[in-house]
Design a protein around this ligand. Structure first.
Ligand code: NAD
Length: 425
């Protein structure tokens, strides 16, 4: 019988906060954490729900709902993206905030975890409407923001422009330009070189490290990437530059496939112009669900949560899964993949390149001194390879998966800091 720590299946397979809590519990057991400390670390510190009234382009008033959750600030200011999507819900934002706490800890950047979301469908909104939503949402949550308290960044359907509006709104209120309030800003507003590519670059670095462990050479590697946004699109491009063959990539509407390998710069140029992959002629079009089950060596889910589940995990053919997205694999899918010997590089390590360079951006803003792209990339490389090795070693020591190894490393660091600080009464 295996002595490896086991994760119980969550009551609701698709509830990301339950999934986070179950994995956390396994790490807490392995660390022998006190019940009270567990409860503190499992519980979000602060949750804010705000109404966002906005005058739409047609003159009518509409009220959107926004959230900001601060999970834990033991190791520093909360850090985490803001997501705009129609299916944003509080348990999702809670899970994403907690994952940020563990992610910052895995890569040892001095931040806690936070996350925000607004329930809206950006595809149905004009630029003006998006700007008004962003500014009013920022005003709604600004009491808990601050470059020493909580520093947002982009996530699904938000980008540099969203961060510029947020930074400007905040700066208007505090009566000075405060660039360190957000990361992922345009370069001209205090952004960092290499930030846009950072998450994809981190995905590339850990993929390379994992392939070395598996003894697979990059030039013999066929990769399927789900999602073609910041993480998937840039990740695919950097993986292709390493010599890997990207056989499929997708967007929310469907996937494209070419067994000889896609010309990723060409696909991204098409996407930039047409906004969707539909109509791209140099590849075969396949349904989204079939894409995940394609014959390949590496699968990079880089879109959204709950993509690899108990329903499809048996049919996944990849030998290596690198989680560009947050929470793409359910607890039940993890169990199936582990039994089948599939290596999973977990989200809290695999996509931590973004927050690492966000940390670099925050440091540069506060110092008012900016680094070259080479410096950013080489420091990122160092953080990602060191963190990969630390996670691998922890997993080996505890005879467990890379995911639980990453949780043990992360939760252990946060618990240690929490206990050193003690409980203020
Ligand atoms: P993005 O908005 O730039 O791109 C998302 C991509 O996923 C798009 O191609 C979109 O069409 C596709 N997509 C969305 N919903 C989908 C669905 N249901 N099925 C299939 N495809 C779908 O977002 P992003 O910044 O690339 O983020 C992707 C994932 O990576 C998210 O889980 C996010 O939390 C995570 N992440 C992002 C960063 C970052 O720096 N941007 C950092 C860490 C983690």
């Amino acid at each position: 019988m295996s002595t490896a720590p086991q994760v119980k299946a969550p009551m609701d397979e698709f509830n990301p906060f339950q999934a986070m809590a179950q994995r956390f519990d396994v790490a807490a057991d392995a660390l022998g954490l006190d019940e009270g400390v567990r409860e503190v670390l499992r519980t979000p510190d602060k949750e804010l729900t705000v109404a966002i009234p906005v005058t739409m382009d047609n003159g009518k008033l509409k009220v959107f709902t926004g959230y900001r959750v601060q999970h834990n600030f033991s190791r520093g200011p909360c850090k985490g993206g803001i997501r705009y999507a129609p299916d944003v819900h509080l348990d999702e934002v809670r899970a994403l905030a907690a994952w940020m706490t563990w992610k910052c800890s895995v890569v040892d950047v001095p931040f806690g975890g936070g996350k925000g979301g607004v329930i809206c469908d950006p595809r149905q909104l004009s630029k003006g409407e998006l700007e008004r939503i962003t500014r009013r949402y920022t005003t709604g949550i600004m009491d808990i923001l601050g470059s020493d308290r909580d520093v947002p960044a982009p996530d699904v359907n938000t980008n540099e422009q969203t961060m510029a509006w947020l930074m400007d709104t905040w700066s208007m209120h505090v009566r000075r330009t405060d660039t360190a309030i957000v990361t992922g800003k345009p370069l001209a507003l205090g952004g960092s070189k290499g930030r846009t590519e950072a998450t994809g670059r981190g995905v590339m670095i850990v993929t390379r490290e994992a392939l070395k462990k598996l003894g697979i050479r990059p030039e013999n590697t066929r990769v399927v990437v789900q999602g073609s946004g910041n993480v998937g699109g840039i990740g695919a491009m950097l993986l292709a530059r390493e010599g890997m063959k990207i056989v499929s990539i997708s967007d929310i509407y469907g996937a494209i496939y070419n067994e000889k390998g896609l010309d990723i710069p060409d696909v991204l140029a098409y996407l930039k112009q047409n906004k969707k992959l539909e109509g791209y002629t140099k590849a075969q079009h396949i349904p989204s669900a079939a894409q995940l089950e394609l014959d390949c060596d590496v699968l990079v889910p880089a879109a959204t949560e709950n993509q690899l589940t108990s329903k499809n995990a048996e049919r996944i053919k990849a030998k290596l899964i690198v989680e560009g997205a947050n929470g793409p694999t359910t607890v039940l899918a993890d169990q199936i993949l582990e039994r089948r010997g599939v290596m999973v590089v977990p989200d809290i390590l695999a996509n931590a390149g973004g927050v690492t360079v966000s940390y670099f951006e925050w440091v540069q803003d506060r110092a008012g001194y900016f680094w070259t792209e080479e410096v950013v990339n080489s420091r990122l490389e160092q953080v990602m390879t060191t963190s990969f090795a630390a996670v691998e070693e922890t997993a080996r020591k505890h005879n467990t998966s890379l995911r639980i190894g990453a949780y043990i490393l992360a939760v252990g660091r946060v618990a240690n800091v929490y206990q050193m600080r003690g409980t203020y009464a």
